[in-house]
Design a binder for this molecule. Structure first.
Ligand SMILES: [Zn+2]
Length: 434
């Protein structure tokens, strides 16, 4: 704790400013007991800092020369312009720690040498599957990359090469299973024995967990973290409690490298143990992205009661319960409403007004976008416009959308962003009913 604080004091301009504004000095923090002195860091501060100090911001202690000497990889959140995504650079040191911590999580799920994994992710700039990828390397477990392959091809990989572990989002695992059934391949009869789901809740949502496990005849485990603060899994499902089929599964939190806190969302004071609060996390190990008291905003109830599995790390009772802010998650990707608006409006073929409707149909998120042609491009046919916009949104948002083009002027005009986005998907459990 003292080392992480001192490192930020000396090497992060962002944190030096924050610490000084809070009246702290270089020797103000000696142990975890001093944690409450440290100001919270909110997601918006990060964005503002990167916008004000492009392209990397002043947050990371990593200098350009460090990046060139021992940089590993560039990561970013979803977004469409240089301004909207938050970007991160990690080092080879961070990569090795990710691998080690990730391996600890996968081991606790029951993945071992002798397994073969297939990762059905896009292999883009998100952190989740890269941490799985390097965790498998660390364990010596071989893998098949499903990046760039469509569902039919991934199904063929499973049928022909018999991987035992499937890694993907909870939505996709259901979609893929149904698709395989339609192709005449039984997911239940397949070689997959364990599913590690990441990118969105689901594995810890009992109804989804049950549905997946019945469809695949395999156990599903939740692999959760946070792009900003907890890149490998922040926790790992309790190997004992994951067996229960009717209740949410607890996850153990890696308290030796992260400090999790559950705070009241209004006062940001600690809530009593076992009570729900919003999750605030400190990362004590990262070279490129150490961060203290970052407001992840997920609802969590933390228990330090002894666990039946014998592990001593504290537990997130029922796993993480969904975010408290306005971020929208579609098919495992995170979006700010402004990023969607930006993506749509950056296209010259699209008029000012649009609508986005989100539904959960079958087992997948469906995104319907309704647009009007821009008057400047009236000569383009609807067919051509549709193809261009769908392709462009796939590129910027990473989502394939159902697109409807309606005559110019027919959508109601609105001044409020919220009127343009309708989310009809069922809400996740949230103890405060928000
Ligand atoms: Zn346990």
């Amino acid at each position: 704790m003292a080392v992480a604080y001192r490192y930020l004091w000396e090497c992060s301009r962002f944190y030096r400013r924050k610490f000084e504004e809070a009246g702290l000095g270089p020797d103000s923090v000696h142990s975890v007991d001093d944690l409450p002195k440290i100001p919270l860091t909110h997601r918006e501060e990060w964005l503002e800092d990167q916008e004000a100090n492009p392209p990397w911001g002043t947050f990371s202690p990593l200098r350009d020369e460090d990046w060139l000497e021992r940089g590993w990889m560039f990561f970013s959140t979803s977004g469409t312009t240089a301004k909207s995504p938050r970007v991160f650079r990690h080092t080879t040191f961070d990569r090795d720690i990710w691998g080690y911590l990730g391996a600890r999580g996968l081991h606790s799920m029951g993945i071992r040498n002798g397994d073969l994994a297939i990762l059905c992710f896009s292999y883009g700039t998100s952190v989740g599957f890269w941490s799985m990828h390097y965790a498998l390397h660390h364990m010596g477990v071989p893998l098949i990359s499903g990046g760039g392959a469509n569902t039919e091809r991934r199904a063929m990989f499973i049928q022909n090469y018999r991987p035992t572990v499937l890694m993907c989002t909870p939505s996709y695992v259901l979609y893929m299973g149904r698709k395989m059934e339609a192709l005449g391949i039984s997911p239940r009869e397949s070689s997959i024995r364990l599913i590690c789901a990441s990118g969105e809740p689901g594995a810890c949502v009992p109804a989804t967990k049950k549905r997946v496990e019945e469809l695949w005849g395999a156990e599903i485990h939740d692999h959760f973290g946070c792009t900003e603060v907890a890149m490998p899994p922040l926790g790992y499902p309790c190997s004992h409690l994951v067996k229960r089929k009717d209740k949410p599964v607890d996850s153990h939190l890696m308290e030796d490298v992260y400090i999790p806190e559950a705070l009241d969302p209004q006062t940001y004071q600690p809530v009593p143990e076992g009570q729900p609060g919003v999750l605030v996390v400190s990362n004590l190990y990262s070279e490129a992205q150490p961060i203290l008291r970052y407001v992840m905003g997920d609802w969590i109830a933390i228990s330090t009661e002894p666990c039946e599995c014998g592990r001593t790390h504290a537990r997130a009772v029922g796993g993480l319960r969904g975010r408290n802010d306005k971020l929208i998650k579609i098919r495992g990707l995170l979006f700010f409403p402004a990023a969607i608006e930006d993506a749509i409006r950056s296209l010259p073929e699209v008029g000012d007004e649009f609508r986005v409707e989100l539904d959960h149909v079958g087992d997948m998120d469906q995104v319907k976008v309704t647009i009007e042609p821009s008057p400047q491009t009236a000569e383009i046919s609807d067919r051509e416009r549709r193809a261009k916009v769908v392709e462009a949104l796939k590129g910027t948002l990473g989502l394939r959308v159902d697109l409807e083009v309606v005559p110019y002027g027919s959508l109601p005009r609105s001044k409020f962003k919220s009127d343009r986005l309708t989310d009809r998907r069922p809400k996740l459990f949230n103890p405060h009913g928000e």
